[in-house]
Design a binder for this molecule. Structure first.
Ligand code: 4NP
Length: 154
C-alpha cells in the first residue's frame, strides 16, 4: 500500500502528514507494508526542507520532519500510489485536474478525522504559531483514522 500526501508547497502540511503517519506506521510494525511520501502541487519550494517553524512544532511533539520538497508528478504518481491524500479543496482541484480518471484515488485528509470536524488542513504559512499547532492536531487525528482504514485493506 503506497500513500502520497499532497499540499501546495510540500514544506508545511504534507511533510507533517508524512512524518506523523510514518511514525504511526512504524509503531504499528507496518513499515514493510505501507510506504509513505509527500509532494506539492506548486513546485515553488522544490529541493527545500520542511519550513523550520513547522519542523520545530513537529519536533516538540516528537516528530522529525525529514522530507525534501518535490513537485507532484502526474506522469508517475497517479499510477504509483494507491491513495493520494490532499490537505484542502485547492489541492483537491489541482490534483483532480491533472488526472480526472484517477478520482477514486484522491482523498481529503480531513475525511479521515475522528475527533475533529474540519473541512481542510488550513495553510499555516502566513500565520502564527497557532496555525502550525492546528496542522499537527488535525493531521494527527486524520492519520489515526487513515491507518485504521488502510489496515482493513491490507
Ligand atoms: P504547504 O504551505 O502547502 O502546507 O507546504 C505553504 C508553503 C508555501 C506557500 C504556501 C503554502 N507559499 O506561498 O510559498
Amino acid at each position: 500500500m503506497k500513500i502520497l500526501f499532497v499540499c501546495l508547497g510540500n514544506i508545511c502540511r504534507s511533510p507533517t502528514a508524512e512524518g506523523v503517519f510514518q511514525a504511526l506506521v512504524n509503531k504499528a510494525g507496518l513499515s514493510e507494508k505501507i510506504k509513505v511520501d509527500s509532494a506539492g502541487t506548486s513546485g515553488c519550494h522544490v529541493g527545500e526542507r520542511a519550513d523550520s517553524r513547522m519542523r520545530d512544532h513537529a519536533m516538540a511533539r516528537g516528530y522529525e520532519l525529514t522530507s525534501i520538497s518535490r513537485k507532484f508528478d502526474e506522469h508517475r504518481d497517479f499510477e504509483h500510489y494507491d491513495k493520494i491524500v490532499v490537505m484542502d479543496a485547492l489541492n483537491y482541484r489541482d490534483v483532480l485536474e491533472l488526472g480526472p480518471e484517477y478520482k477514486n484515488k484522491i482523498f481529503m485528509m480531513t475525511d479521515f478525522c475522528k475527533s475533529h470536524n474540519e473541512e481542510k488542513v488550513p495553510d499555516p504559512y502566513y500565520g502564527g504559531p497557532a496555525g502550525f499547532e492546528k496542522v499537527l492536531d488535525i493531521v494527527t487525528d486524520a492519520s489515526e483514522g487513515l491507518l485504521e482504514e488502510i489496515k482493513k485493506e491490507l
